[in-house]
Design a protein around this ligand. Structure first.
Ligand code: ATP
Ligand code: MG
Length: 207
């Protein structure tokens, strides 16, 4: 962010000012600022385990809000995301931003994993519900981690620019909602399934 700000200032101090490149530098600052804000929201969720606002949330709408945010990444990378979330999925009890964060972290991981393979790059989001719990599964066709437990340890990362916080943050948010998050290999030769379960919203008995 600081580098882009300095670059932007240099472009502005040119004679005449280089407005096109200044615009690019400042756009990067805005993007970095948003990423930083998302990380801070996630860190808050990780260390301050109470979830602020709990209300009825539609997972369908959450996915519809999140996918456009990833569109740039999807177009660049040639990944297909199949949204198979049920139209009549029951509402869950949760915080909007916290649950958006979970999707962003899991989908970014899935996109990173499929970006490393040559075969079809596919991510599927499925849903189901049973016994007052909604289940969301994000399945990718990417490379698999060597160990499905280690990846939840804070600061464990295999990525050059990774912080190793996406999964611990997602797990912490889901558990603060009274749910669970787990990961396993698919039945195919490639890919993983990250599945989380959340209690269905109940009018009479919010958790
Ligand atoms: N869908 C996935 N497929 C394969 N490996 C994965 C997947 N999701 C996570 N991992 C592995 O788990 C590690 C930890 O994931 P986590 O999201 O916590 O951190 P990160 O993605 O490395 O960094 P960031 O803090 O930016 O999220 C990753 O570095 C990767 O090795
Ligand atoms: Mg991640």
């Amino acid at each position: 962010m600081v580098t882009n700000a300095q670059v932007g200032l240099n472009f502005l101090s040119n004679e005449p000012p280089n407005l096109a490149d200044t615009l690019i530098a400042f756009t990067r600052i805005v993007e970095d600022g948003k990423t930083t804000a998302a990380i801070i929201t996630g860190l808050n969720a990780l260390f301050n385990r109470k979830t602020p606002e709990m209300k009825p949330i539609s997972i369908r709408e959450t996915v519809e809000e999140i996918l456009p945010l990833l569109r740039g990444r999807l177009l660049r990378s040639g990944v297909t995301v199949q949204d198979e979330v049920l139209l009549d999925l029951p509402l869950v009890n949760g915080g909007t931003i916290a649950l958006q964060q979970v999707f962003i972290n899991l989908l970014n991981n899935a996109l990173d994993a499929v970006s490393m393979v040559d075969h079809d790059k596919l991510v599927v989001i499925r849903s189901s519900y049973k016994e007052r719990m909604v289940s969301i599964a994000i399945e990718d066709s990417g490379v698999r981690p060597a160990n499905y437990e280690k990846i939840f340890v804070p600061f464990y990362t295999t990525k050059a620019k990774g912080m190793g916080l996406g999964l611990p943050i997602a797990k912490s948010i889901i558990e603060a909602h009274g749910g669970t998050l787990s990961a396993r290999a698919t039945a195919n030769a490639f890919g993983s399934i990250f599945e989380f379960k959340l209690p269905i919203w109940e009018k009479e008995k919010p958790i």
